[in-house]
Design a protein around this ligand. Structure first.
Ligand code: GAR
Length: 199
């Protein structure tokens, strides 16, 4: 059984969708650790309620960014994590962690990358930008994480229509429904070999 380490900052709905997919068997994996940079994150409460191990790692616990990166890597390794999943994680992953988990760190982004990605493009800001640009469709991207924001190899994308009266919030809700399905589906495809990760 593959082990997942989930990195979260906030609400944690994608994390929860992955936990549910593991529980129902849609995803043949288990979540071995949830790590957050935000000790007040709702996601940590959800994980603890489900008896899943959690860790708070941030500039409060590790003021030196290099030590923070090493602590992240060691926490993942100690918990025998095979794949690292960013699920609304709003910090960059450090070089040590990326090197240790090369090609095995995934992120979910609420647009059709490379459109509406990059620094400052996260959460509701993405949907605001999509509406401002009068796009007719947006979507969800699952991609590998490298040292650039939203820059790594794209593994899966799914389109979502933008409706004429959409607000950023209504669009975010429609996109989120797809996020909750596509992330688990993509991880399962990696596990069963129908998506082959680049070396
Ligand atoms: C999700 O929409 C996710 O795609 C987005 O943050 C939200 C987190 O929600 N991530 C990014 O924008 C990354 N650049 P959640 O905490 O409920 O999963």
């Amino acid at each position: 059984m593959k082990k997942l380490g989930i990195l979260v900052s906030g609400r944690g709905s994608n994390m929860l969708a992955i936990m549910d997919a593991c529980k129902t068997g849609k995803l043949s994996a288990e979540v071995s650790i949830v790590i957050s940079n935000n000790r007040d994150s709702n996601a940590l409460t959800i994980a603890r309620d489900r008896n899943i191990k959690t860790a708070h790692l941030s500039s409060i616990t590790h003021p030196d960014v290099q030590f923070l990166d090493i602590a992240m890597k060691e926490t993942l390794i100690d918990n025998e994590v095979d794949f690292v999943l960013l699920a609304g994680f709003m910090k960059k992953v450090g070089r040590e962690t990326l090197n240790a988990y090369k090609g095995r760190v995934l992120n979910i982004h609420p647009s059709l990358l490379p459109r509406f990605g990059g620094q400052g493009m996260f959460g509701i800001h993405v949907h605001e930008a999509v509406i401002t640009a009068a796009e007719k469709e947006t979507g969800v991207t699952i991609h590998l994480v490298d040292s650039e924001y939203d820059g790594g190899t794209i593994l899966a994308q799914r389109k979502v229509p933008v409706k004429i009266n959409d607000t950023p919030e209504s669009l975010a809700a429609r996109v989120l429904e797809v996020e909750h399905v596509l992330y688990a589906e993509t991880i399962q495809k990696i596990i069963d070999g129908s998506i082959i990760l680049p070396d």
